[in-house]
Design a binder for this molecule. Sequence first.
Ligand code: NAD
Length: 255
Amino acid sequence: MDYIRQVAEKLIKANFAVVLTGAGISTGSGIPDFRGPKGIWKVLDPNLFHISHFYEDPLDTWKLFKNEMYEKIKNAIPNRAHYSLARLEELGIIKAIITQNIDNLHQKAGSKKVIELHGNMKLAICTQCGRKFDIEEAFKEVDENKIPLCPYCGGILKPDVIFFGEALPQNELKEAFDLASQSDLFLVLGSSLTVSPANQLPIVAKSNGADLIIINMEETELDNYADIKIEGKVEEIFPKICKKIEEMIASQSNC
Ligand code: NAD
């Protein structure tokens, strides 16, 4: 079956297409996912990224975050899947991206409407007053073996990413659920769909009548709900879909 053409046609027909991305969209940019065969949890203990560990030992968590995540991600560049999404937004075909990623690659690729459910690794947040700061400023303190503190209220700073055991940002979460229920096509790229509440979004979309398309290298928790499931590398498959859309639009405007 020509899934590339089918997905391209569905995207062109959609009035309100929304995309959910997970760590799998960024493995092609050299950033390991969490649960895939080469995932981060194969080498790091996830308990160290629980919010309780942060409050027990903020400096240790800061050092781990800096060395094991930030330093490995900061120079990553978007791959063709990120760029294809930005292009489809520019064409008016995709209305929004909801991402579980913290790597900032959608924005680097030029996407404008990006809802970040798990924060962004560029920022630090004060656990007391909620003010946000450039994370590089906090790292200066960490490098001197000091817990970074808020210059305004003295509260402990935390990387502005969601740790295990923490609630998701309420505004972003609400917007994500609103977008999912408004969508008539919901596309999931590179997510195992094991992490709640993000894995509820495709179900909300589907129960409001949207088509659900999943592109992932492995099985996901919601494959049974999908109208189309394509198994493979998103950075190879999605640019083909984008190219097909451009061709179809060009041939329509030639008529
Ligand atoms: P996940 O690790 O649970 O799942 C990723 C999925 O992507 C897996 O099913 C894997 O098979 C698939 N995959 C890997 N490479 C792929 C590729 N090239 N093409 C297609 N599919 C591919 O990640 P998740 O579902 O996003 O959720 C878990 C958490 O991971 C989130 O909380 C997120 O914050 C965090 N995370 C983010 C980053 C990042 O910012 N890049 C990296 C690692 C983890």
